[in-house]
Design a protein around this ligand. Structure first.
Ligand SMILES: [Zn+2]
Length: 126
């Protein structure tokens, strides 16, 4: 992973490789396939996850369930006014935004946050 040091203020900036998630040991494609399965957009992961990955995916989904209001605010008018469940929210995100990679890029650029958390590392240094 590339890491840069600002010689003026001493802050470091790490550049997350494409297709990785902040603080999660999960590939974006696997997370997307799992979330699609949870929202019944697809029938889930192929190949199926092992025990460790299954645990990570379940924790990620549980976290997503707590993020509905934050994400509705972030994507605003890209989403319909009436969203009644996290599963529906995921379907609408996939329809309106596209891939999980595009969601992550939009959130980082426009809202300085991520799908599963508002991390200090995505905000500009003070
Ligand atoms: Zn600096």
């Amino acid at each position: 992973m590339h890491r840069y040091l600002c010689l003026l203020c001493g802050h470091t900036v790490s550049v997350l490789p494409l297709l990785r998630l902040t603080y999660r040991c999960l590939a974006v494609a696997r997370l997307q396939a799992h979330f699609d399965g949870q929202a019944k957009v697809s029938c889930g992961l192929d190949p199926p996850p092992g025990t460790t990955e299954a645990g990570c995916l379940q924790r990620a989904w549980n976290r997503f369930l707590t993020r509905a209001d934050r994400l509705k605010d972030a994507f605003g008018q890209m989403l319909p006014a009436e969203i009644h469940s996290p599963e529906q929210l995921w379907k609408e995100l996939r329809r309106a935004v596209g891939s999980t990679e595009e969601m992550l890029r939009f959130l980082a650029q426009n809202c300085k946050c991520s799908l599963l958390g508002d991390y200090a590392c995505l905000r500009p240094a003070p």
